[in-house]
Design a protein around this ligand. Sequence first.
Ligand code: TRP
Length: 338
Amino acid sequence: MSQRKRILTGIKPTDLPHLGNYFGAIKPMIEHSLDKSSEVLLMCADWHGLTDKKNILQPSKYTLPSLATYVALGFNLSNNALFCQSSVPQIMENSWYLSCVSGVGLLERAHAYKDAVANGKEPTCGLFYYPILMASDILTFDTDIVPVGKDQAQHIEFASDMAKSFHAAVGKKCYVEPKAKINTDTPLLVGIDGERKMGKSYNNHIPLFASKKEIEKRVKEIKTDSKGLDDPKNPASSPIFQIFQSFASPEAQKHMFEKMTNGVGYGYGHAKKDFLDEFENVFGVQREKYEYYVNNSEELWKMLEPSLNKVTEIATTVTKRAREALGLPINQVKAFVL
Ligand code: TRP
């Protein structure tokens, strides 16, 4: 048995990835996947993406790009897993068991649900049920650690509470109680407006894999102040430099930092040109890979097959345990005959 801690997280496929996602979520998960001391299960949460009724067809558009993004950027598939939530029906089964031990009052306290409804989302049963499905994502794979942003902390607490309620109801342990790892180290990345955090909803984002032309257009729009060509500029308060830091190599950062601080003969136009060159250095090759996988999806799915086998095996073991704890038949389920 492996002693490696199992880390699981989910990403909702509801948009194309941008630099803010890269910095806050994608890059840290890729780094975890390269660290041999842990095992990473990265799930594309397409079922969760269905909870916005007006945009229910979004996951069908963005699942492939979202998986291709991680593979193109170097997620280490050996010893880890990258998979699609809807490929593992055991998640749905466990979510039912968890729902049968969870009070409606618990879900009524969910901040994310209250916020979504306050922001005009239709309060469907699916939206209300979201935390149970998420708890099941976590518990179906014997997850030790769930790295998430602060906004998701309550959902992880719910997952622990639901595991405890289940254990109390059946009189024995079945699921692993997970721990949250709240990401407080990564500061939020500012958008090109220099004011709010980078996000598609503010339209102040820089897409990761758009055409060169489109990236150039966005970079030109990054907000600057009125300092002239030869004036010293403060990198720390300049959105160009702040965004640059999220992806540029240390040498490239040092170069821009010194040029800006010194100022002479280095205007914001120069900084934007350096920005674009480095963006191409860092993401150019990956963009080609990304496009290749999006256009050759069969090949991508094939690469992900070992991942699916691995997570299916874990999910089946855990689900059998849950059935056993509940006294439900196990041998009658064809899907369990591996
Ligand atoms: N709810 C998470 C979000 O909106 C996505 C998610 C789905 C998730 N399932 C998960 C995160 C399981 C961690 C673990 O960001």
